[in-house]
Design a protein around this ligand. Sequence first.
Ligand SMILES: [Zn+2]
Length: 141
Amino acid sequence: MSDPQLSNDGWRSCPPGTLAELASGLRKVEQRKQRRSIVVGVASLLMMVTAGAWYSNQNGPLPDHYPYGGISCMEVKDSLPLMMSGTANAELVAKIQTHLAECPMCAELARKLQEQSHAGRQNTSPRGKRRDSILLASDLN
Ligand SMILES: [Zn+2]
């Protein structure tokens, strides 16, 4: 009796299902590769999003936790245009001025706003004035 699995040239024929297993094995490897590249893609995307969020935080809205002068940076930011146009009430102006004296960020913002409004009116206004002179006394009187 000859072995039915042994063919004439000595090669053993595959048991049924071997090729299918091999194929599905290869497919799994492919899928794993794909999944890995997706993971890498997602990870780099996340990194970009995180970096973007970090970047926009550096340049984004002013934080709301500098209660100098009893007024927050957000309020100062909102009120600065009012103050510049002279429509803010005296109490608010006093608060803003106290805040500006203590908060370099808002002082910088005020300086920029003042430069903008001055640039619109007169180009001869001195630039780069110090923080004490941003209090806009000339605008208020
Ligand atoms: Zn501030």
